[in-house]
Design a protein around this ligand. Structure first.
Ligand SMILES: [Zn+2]
Length: 65
């Protein structure tokens, strides 16, 4: 069951976002990222603005270890 949504480029590196879940809600709106690394870097670069980490409700837990 693949719901095809249009792919937005990563807000940090510009690569197509293949995996959901690397999302931050900032005062500028929702930012999408391709990977956890990009999220971390974005947070560092924009640590002055408020942001909220969001997670998809239930998805495959690839990042869990
Ligand atoms: Zn990226």
């Amino acid at each position: 069951m693949a719901t095809v949504e249009y792919k937005k480029p990563c807000d940090l590196c510009g690569q197509p976002v293949e995996i959901e879940g690397f999302t931050l809600i900032t005062d500028k709106g929702q930012q999408l990222f391709c990977c956890g690394g990009c999220v971390s870097i974005y947070r560092l670069l924009h640590s002055n603005i408020a942001m909220t980490n969001t997670k998809p409700s239930t998805h495959n837990k690839k990042e869990d270890s």
